[in-house]
Design a protein around this ligand. Structure first.
Ligand code: PBG
Length: 329
């Protein structure tokens, strides 16, 4: 960019002198319309259980889901993302519970679609909340088997679509799953069900509190580096995205968020596709703890969210969604 203008004819502080002029010239902003709220569901009755590692975030039993969904409705948050806290006794090495039509996700879908039909619902497609080893896929000969995993993921996606899931979100990082899931959805007359691909998901240290929230932390054996991306890479992210677009992804996700703003920007510039950012659990807990200890102000959350928008994200999945939507209101 060529730099135009010089002092004293140009004084950029003229643009900052009052709130109203700052508002008028602002290039980006964040609103409730840009947010997706993740919700953790659990078994039992009458339970709203705090998650220790994520202050301000709770697990809801299904009969209590309407407590949080009413807030989502009130603050006009367009979509929620559902995650199950599956009891260990229901986990096995193939994640069979993922295909149980009465699992926590299917039950929640039925409830939400009946009582809150206007709220968009996104569901993760991956096996980690259901496997006894905590991995996103099935293990065959000591490896996460790509193609065998996809066979199960297809069934999981179809089940979610059947109960009204609006946005299928594969977060497993198996190769080729977007195309296979799209094909299966179309064949079963779910042509209007969207696919949001977690196309660029890094093997990150920032997922710790989430794994605690869904109960996979203590059981996870090893790490996820053979399927999630190496955080040293960004060109590889473009390859992931281009393959997923070809396979039928409607939206792509970059995850985690804050350390990967460069990746969001280059995807947006290269592909012009809607990109969502996931401000993950570790990011949430860092910021939330600092706010609770009065080290930084709540406004710092807005600053991080606008950062995603500046980088090119259309929306942000964040555990702050309800708190910030209320704050903005
Ligand atoms: C699992 C999944 C993870 C998250 C969303 N879906 C964790 C993982 O891959 O281990 C992380 C979300 C967060 O940290 O907030 N497929």
């Amino acid at each position: 960019m060529k730099i135009i203008g010089s002092f004293p004819n140009t004084r950029l502080r003229r643009q900052r002198k009052t709130k109203w002029i700052r508002d008028l010239i602002s290039e980006n902003n964040i609103s409730h319309r840009d947010l997706v709220l993740p919700i953790f569901v659990r078994e039992g009755k009458n339970i709203i259980e705090p998650i220790k590692s994520m202050p301000g975030v709770y697990r809801y039993s299904i009969d209590k889901l309407s407590v949080i969904l009413k807030k989502v409705e009130l603050y006009k948050i367009p979509m929620v993302a559902l995650f199950p806290y599956t009891p260990n006794r229901k986990k096995d090495n193939k994640g069979s519970e993922a295909l149980n039509p009465n699992n926590l996700i299917c039950k929640s879908l039925r409830l939400i679609k009946k009582k809150f039909p206007k709220i968009g619902v996104m569901c993760d497609v991956a096996l980690d909340p259901y496997t006894s080893h905590g991995h996103d896929g099935v293990i065959i000969n000591k490896k996460i088997d790509n193609d065998e995993t996809i066979k199960i993921l297809i069934k999981q996606a179809l089940l979610q679509a059947k109960f009204g899931c609006d946005v299928i979100a594969p977060s497993d990082m198996m190769d080729g799953r977007i195309g296979e899931i799209r094909k299966a959805l179309d064949k079963n007359n779910f042509k209007d069900v969207s696919i949001l691909s977690y196309a660029v998901k890094y093997a990150s240290n920032f997922y710790g509190p989430f794994r605690d929230a869904v109960g996979s932390k203590r059981i996870l054996k090893g790490d996820k580096k053979t399927y999630q991306m190496d955080f040293n890479n960004s060109l590889e992210a473009l390859r992931e995205v281009s393959l997923d677009i070809k396979e039928g992804a409607d939206i792509v996700m970059v995850k985690p968020g804050m350390p990967y703003l460069d990746v969001i920007k280059s995807i947006k510039e290269n592909f012009k596709i809607p990109v969502f950012a996931y401000q993950v659990s570790g990011e949430y807990s860092l910021i939330k703890n600092a706010i609770d200890r009065k080290l930084i102000k709540e406004d710092s959350v807005i600053e991080t969210l606008v950062g995603f928008k500046r980088a090119g994200a259309s929306a942000v999945v964040t555990y702050f969604a309800d708190q910030i939507a209320r704050y903005l209101k």
